[in-house]
Design a protein around this ligand. Sequence first.
Ligand code: NDP
Length: 480
Amino acid sequence: MKIKNYINGEYVNPISNNWIENYNPSIGEVYGQLPDSNSQDVEIAYKAAETAFQSWSETTLDERSQILSKIAKLIIEKLPELAMAEAKDNGKPIHVAKSIDIPRASANFQFFANAITQFASEAHESVGQNAINFTLRQPIGVVGCISPWNLPLYLFTWKIAPAIAAGNCVVAKPSEITPMTAYLLGEILTEAGLPKGVLNIIHGLGTTTGQAIVEHPNIKAISFTGGTKTGVHIAKVAAPMFKKLSLELGGKNPAIIFSDCDYNEMLQTTVRSSFANQGQICLCGSRIFVEASIYQKFKTDFIAAVCKLKVGSPFNNNTDIGALVSKTHLNKVKSYVDNAEQYGGKVVFGGNLVAVESSENGYYLEPTIIEVNDNSCILNQEEIFGPVVTIMPFNEESEVLAMANDVSYGLSATLWTNDLKRTMRVSKQLDAGIVWVNTWLLRDLRTPFGGMKNSGVGREGGLEALRFFTEPKNICIKYN
Ligand code: NDP
């Protein structure tokens, strides 16, 4: 199986004819190849995008909206095939790909198909000066979108849909680790009638293909989701060219549980917020703080609930936890578990590799719970990004708030309480771009999405994404 680049509406080989192996993490075997694209491929994609820009940016909003809706519809029509590809490429349970990843990829296109028809700009009358100002929101031109491997099509489309809805043309790169669904998207774009060159999908390594997109002097904006270290690097490369940047980076999110919460609902949701997608979601609650009065009960019940999670092949419908995305990532996650004691933690559940029947070489790890007693330990400070959480008791609201914020990240937080005043007090003081109260990962696509501190710069989602992908221009008209 050979994946190809999608440039100017055609599937093409990389110029160098160099290829990278693509792994199926559920069995630990190579099952295909993808282009090892370089800056020449990026240049060809850029040229196609540049050529398409004028016409696409002048396409009526209705036309753009209809094409985006058609893409959304086709994604749903091809859901079984796309879900299978996502599970095979990423290791996630196929029922998760079917119920979450692929429907959300479709929803991303449908949401921005609607949003672009409602996107308005401001007008300011300069009273007493006989002048009116209004803001034009113009597409930027050619923009770059770079996405990670954890939610491959879901996050890829989260960037692309608003970019093209706003009238830009795109050079996009999915993660080299999970290229398959982005590849399949090419056919859908063609079938939906997206004009050639509007969206170009280039495969390859971050350090070559991704780097070439970021370095390209005429790609004026970069929307990037990935690790904080990569985000720092991209910011450094982009800054001298004054590129517009949206960086959605890592997280080390607190889940704060007060004793007055709805206990059963909290317990069920906390299992999900800890281990959904093998814990490989930037929004997972990986530091669990529990009020001391219910800590022992929580610990017992949480372990009992996690114990029931089934680790297994992504293709079994009763699998809760599939394979981690790659051998390298598995080793990284496992090293935190293996060093837990040295880092001041105690593994109270899990921690072992799992040999899944008929898939013994797959990258499986038990869901793992580590008890810690100091928030400053490495386990509570570094993003592990796997099926590993820490638990720790607290006594006072002020104490847990200080611990929740005492980390370099600030992406999301989850709060469990029925006390309205506390909800407001704590939510306002948390360093987080998103606070979920008595729920987790309940997403409304109209809301701003992104993080504070080392979790990123800027917001995507809703009109924020359309603002990012447009250049505001103030026009001032004097009328006397
Ligand atoms: P990486 O930062 O390694 O990679 C993200 C993307 O950037 C990939 O496509 C990668 O390519 C590419 N890339 C790598 N180096 C460069 C470079 N020098 N220039 C341009 N592009 C580059 O992250 P992961 O893929 O490992 O994803 C996991 C991370 O993403 C976690 O830290 C997670 O928290 C974060 N994340 C953040 C989210 C948010 O919304 N805040 C949501 C989801 C994940 P390649 O893989 O091909 O090398």
